[in-house]
Structures are given as C-alpha cells and as structure tokens.
Write a protein that binds this ligand. Structure first.
Ligand code: ATP
Ligand SMILES: O=c1ccn([C@@H]2O[C@H](COP(=O)(O)O)[C@@H](O)[C@H]2O)c(=O)[nH]1
Length: 227
C-alpha cells in the first residue's frame, strides 16, 4: 500500500470501504506448521458455526484447477515453503467468502441478515498480505494463535506426511516452512499483539483440551445473532 494512502487512512482523510463490513466476523488463525490450526478450525466449525477457509487448501485447489495460470507458481512456492504473491491468495479468500455468504444453504447461528463468521486459517503469513486484506476485504476481529514446540510440530507433520500426500510434509520442506514462519509470519503476530488482538492458545495438549480453551476464548468475541 502506498505510504500516502497509509497516512490518509490513519488520519481518516477519506472513507474507504472494505468488501465486507462488521456484520462479518473475521478471525485469522495462525501458528507454525503442524501446530493444529486445521484440526482446531474443524472443531470450532462444529461448535460455533464458523465457515473455515484454509488459505493453503484454497491455493492447492487453485494449483490443480484446469486452466489456472498460477498452478506452477503455487506448486513451487508450496514445495519451497515460500509465500505465494499476496494478490493470488487474497483474491481466492475474498471469492470464497463471497460464495459462503451467498450460499442459501448456510443458515443458523451467525448467518442471518447478512451476518457471517469466518476462520481464515494459515493467513496472513506476511505483513503485506495482512495490510492488503484489511484494506480491501475486511477487518480481523482477532488472531487465534496456536503455539507449541518445534519438536511437537515436526513429529505431527512427519506423521501426517505418511498419508497426506502433501508435497511439503517432509523434513526438507518443513525446515524451509519453519524459516519462513519465523522470518515472515512472526512479525505479523507481533503486529497484532501490539493491537491487542492476539488470543494465544497452547496447542501441545490433546485435541479436545485445546479445543475447549480455544472455544472459551473465542465465544465472547462473537456477536449476538440478529433475527
Ligand atoms: N492437539 C493435538 N494432539 C495431537 N495431534 C494433533 C493435535 N492437533 C493436531 N494434531 C495432528 O497433527 C497433524 C497436524 O495438524 P493440523 O493439520 O491441524 O496442523 P496445521 O497447523 O493446520 O498444519 P499446516 O499449517 O501444516 O497445515 C494432524 O495429523 C493432526 O491430526
Ligand atoms: O497465505 C498463504 C498460505 C499458504 N501459502 C502456501 O501454502 C503452503 C501450505 O500452507 P498450509 O497452511 O500449511 O496448508 C505454505 O507453506 C505456503 O507455501 C501461501 O503462500 N500463502
């Protein structure tokens, strides 16, 4: 984002609207590879009616979509643990959010009168993505941050790699993913920490215990459903 635009935004010199307003609750979900983000998002979908969008899953689907101009680029980035250019990922997320909000089948808690609630899993992994998403798409209410040791993450990913078929669930790719995480994603977490938006959950414990803690921390942030 150009500096002049940042200053204008900070001073509220012009009004700028995002694609989604505050009827839509957006929670970013971060944590190292294998911290348990996807597992916990699935449990929160069951309990709190979230729509779960994994940036990695959307990228893998785009990689395999016939006719995609980004297939090769995405494949290389994923294998190397690099971040795909933000324009691609932000657009995929925005489209998926629009589709979920337009989906007539989706109803119930948090999904009436234009309301919606999203867990955006594995995103933003880099500051430029965070800035672009919040400027164009919508504001994040909080960042759910799952933390455990590198040893536990390594063990979980290598176990998952036996059946996942993922090209990056191996020691070589994992080392690169850990590096990218430390160099590019940690600054994102620090940024949101300064804004008081980070909910940190220790994900070293069994799945149900982690879920109980995550659910208790998130529930108060969710708006009442309007009739
Ligand atoms: N609390 C837990 N205890 C034990 N195993 C777990 C726990 N949470 C997740 N797992 C297992 O660890 C593996 C990684 O979990 P998951 O896919 O949820 O991680 P992730 O953070 O989404 O990883 P990535 O960012 O690489 O996609 C999975 O096989 C999952 O079943
Ligand atoms: O915003 C994002 C999210 C992910 N990626 C790439 O995808 C892989 C796998 O992500 P998972 O969350 O582990 O499924 C990640 O290592 C990046 O290469 C991305 O570029 N941008």
């Amino acid at each position: 984002m150009p500096v002049i635009q940042k200053i204008a935004d900070a001073l509220h010199l012009h009004s700028h609207s995002t694609t989604f307003d505050d009827k839509v609750t957006i929670i970013f979900v971060l944590g190292g590879p294998g911290a348990g983000k996807g597992t916990q998002c699935a449990r929160l979908v069951e309990d709190l009616g979230f729509c779960h969008l994994s940036a990695g899953d959307l990228l893998r689907a785009e990689q395999h979509r016939e006719g995609s101009e980004y297939g090769q680029l995405i494949q290389t980035c994923i294998k190397e643990g690099k971040i795909v250019p933000m324009e691609v990922t932000v657009k995929l997320l925005e489209n998926a959010m629009k589709a979920a909000l337009a989906d007539q089948q989706r109803s119930g808690t948090g999904w009436t009168n234009g309301q919606g609630r999203f867990l955006i899993d594995g995103f933003p992994r880099k500051m430029d993505q965070a800035e672009m998403f919040e400027h164009d798409v919508g504001k994040a209410a909080a960042v759910l941050y799952f933390v455990t040791t590198e040893e536990i993450m390594l063990r979980r990913i290598l176990e998952r790699g036996k059946t996942s078929g993922r090209e990056d669930d191996n020691v070589e790719s994992l080392k690169k993913r850990f590096n990218t995480y430390k160099e590019q994603t940690m600054p994102v977490i620090e940024h949101y920490e300064k804004l008081g938006k980070v909910i940190e959950i220790d994900s070293s414990f069994p799945i149900e215990e982690v879920h109980k803690n995550a659910k208790a921390a998130l529930s108060p942030l969710l708006p009442e459903t309007t009739a």
